[in-house]
Design a protein around this ligand. Structure first.
Ligand SMILES: [Zn+2]
Length: 232
């Protein structure tokens, strides 16, 4: 009997199908993706399952019922389409980082340009200190199709406060406690990638002092915003 017939799991999966489908619209609204590239996924709480976009389906066709459910190895559990080619990468992150509830991948232009140069985005703005806690790191170049992207993500995230990783020669991945937070980080990432790129054309942006980065990050993560939703 499938675990999806358990009422609590069924309810959680159905809710995530709706929210993950809706969040894909944020990727197009914020001009982070073209054609069928990019994806949002969410962990099914308490289960070794995730909800993700199917492969090769255009954004205007991404309704709740075409989302797919897979295990953490990327094997299809529910759905009539093949899962996104990034499913194994997302699954590896969920399997190894229990605090992660959402993973987003795009090829957004400015963030991907830093990936192409394999250059971390230096922490030169207060909003970067707030949101990313420092430089946005470069992850290794990794081939698509096995767990090497996932391994590169987990290794890189272990050495940083940033919830975004710029995978070398590929594109950005972001993580968050839920899929919405990971989408927000993807939007913020593209914004700072563009601003720091523009600043770099005109001179050398100044990295903030580490003590100021630490203070800003601590304040934003612990004080700013409404209680209980410190990063939204
Ligand atoms: Zn990609």
């Amino acid at each position: 009997m499938s675990i999806l017939t358990m009422p609590a799991v069924r309810e959680a999966v159905d809710a995530l199908r709706v929210s993950v489908a809706d969040l894909h619209a944020e990727l197009t609204r914020n001009s982070l993706v073209v054609w069928t590239a990019g994806n949002v996924s969410a962990r099914v709480p308490g289960e070794e399952l995730l909800v993700i976009k199917p492969s090769g389906v255009t954004y205007d066709q991404l309704t709740a019922d075409v989302m797919v459910v897979t295990d953490f190895e990327g094997r299809l559990v529910e759905g009539s389409h093949a899962p996104s080619s990034d499913t194994a990468a997302a699954g590896y992150v969920y399997a190894h980082l229990p605090e992660v509830g959402g993973v987003v991948h795009t090829h957004s232009t400015y963030a991907t340009a830093w990936c192409a140069r394999r250059e971390p985005i230096p922490c030169v703005l207060t909003m970067m200190a707030d949101e990313f806690g420092g430089d946005i790191p470069i992850g290794p170049f990794a081939m698509i199709g096995d767990d090497s992207i996932g391994r590169g993500l987990v290794q890189t995230l272990a050495g940083t406060r940033s919830k975004a990783v710029l995978m070398g020669g590929h594109g950005p991945f972001t993580v968050g406690p839920d899929a919405r937070a990971a989408v927000k980080t993807a939007v913020m990432l593209e914004d700072v990638a563009r601003t720091v790129h523009v600043a770099s054309q005109l001179g050398n942006p100044w990295r903030l002092d580490q003590a100021d980065i630490d203070r800003l990050y601590d304040r934003y993560q612990n004080v700013y915003g409404q209680k209980g939703t410190p990063t939204s």
